[in-house]
Design a protein around this ligand. Sequence first.
Ligand code: COA
Length: 146
Amino acid sequence: MIIREMEMDDIERVAEIEAQNFAKPWTAVGLFTYFMREDAKFFVAVEDEEVVGYCGVLISIDEGDITNVAVEKSRQGKGIGTELVQAMIHNMEEAGVTTLHLEVRASNENARKLYERAGFLQDHIRKEYYSEPTEDGIAMSRRHSH
Ligand SMILES: CC(C)(COP(=O)(O)OP(=O)(O)OC[C@H]1O[C@@H](n2cnc3c(N)ncnc32)[C@H](O)[C@@H]1OP(=O)(O)O)[C@@H](O)C(=O)NCCC(=O)NCCS
């Protein structure tokens, strides 16, 4: 498996992975809008020439906000998400981003475990941050120490 930056041709496939995983998925058009932003960076995981997962981050000087992480349903639980997040952390550190932030659904144990193992700590709870279904968000962050 390789991790590389997302390209325009990956967007349709990434939109499929979004639709498999989220009640309110980003559409291809929405993804494209972010893709064009100077402050956004997306990575994809590729296995046998097929995109099987992706993650995105919005950068503001030395801080990054992780927007999405998702892996194709049939390939979850095999370490792809972990590799994507690790690759993103590494890339952000190289770019001088010292703090990464994210929000995760309180019930999303797999994702929370993954982020904790990657060095993210819980900051605070955002009451009813999510809709459909309504749920608290857990804000987490990871500080890079030099
Ligand atoms: C969360 C997500 C990105 C993780 O990617 P992944 O490739 O499945 O994750 P990994 O295999 O690297 O690790 C996930 C952890 O959850 C555990 N897990 C157990 N059952 C699992 C399952 N059915 N699916 C995924 N993870 C599972 C894994 O074992 C692993 O923990 P461990 O290393 O302690 O065993 C992926 O499951 C996903 O796309 N979920 C739906 C979208 C989502 O919730 N995104 C996060 C939004 S903040």
